[in-house]
Design a binder for this molecule. Sequence first.
Ligand code: DQA
Length: 146
Amino acid sequence: MDVLVINGPNLNTLGTREPEIYGFTTLAEIEAGLIAQGAGSGLAVDTFQSNHEGEIIDRLHAARDDGTRFVIINPGAFTHTSVAIRDAFAAVALPFCEVHISNVHARESFRQHSYLSDIAVGVMTGFGTYGYTMAMDFVIHTLQED
Ligand code: DQA
């Protein structure tokens, strides 16, 4: 596949989780939209969600050999804690966009540091679930230039 979309812990509960912050769109709806968006430009999109740090790292390692050309990731709370996911991105050397539904800079101070942002191609934060669409639009644009 061309694009791998990873969602981290608690994002499987989108739709009912703190809707005043994250809205009412479910993860299944987001993933279906991204698959259709990619397909519209001839790109194959795979999706993966896990509440477990090690599973996300294993999926990233697999991405090194499965044809993945770009990763879109919302790491959830692992954004703010995980040196291990950062090291996994460095190990596989795949370009990635970091997405957050909420504006993490407008929230608690512990959300304002990311272990990933400085090695990401770019970060979308605060645009709601539309941030995933914007990230995919960027990825399509980038891969079509290759
Ligand atoms: C989030 C922001 C994180 O701080 C939080 O832990 C999440 C979701 C977002 O999409 O806004 O789980 O990544």
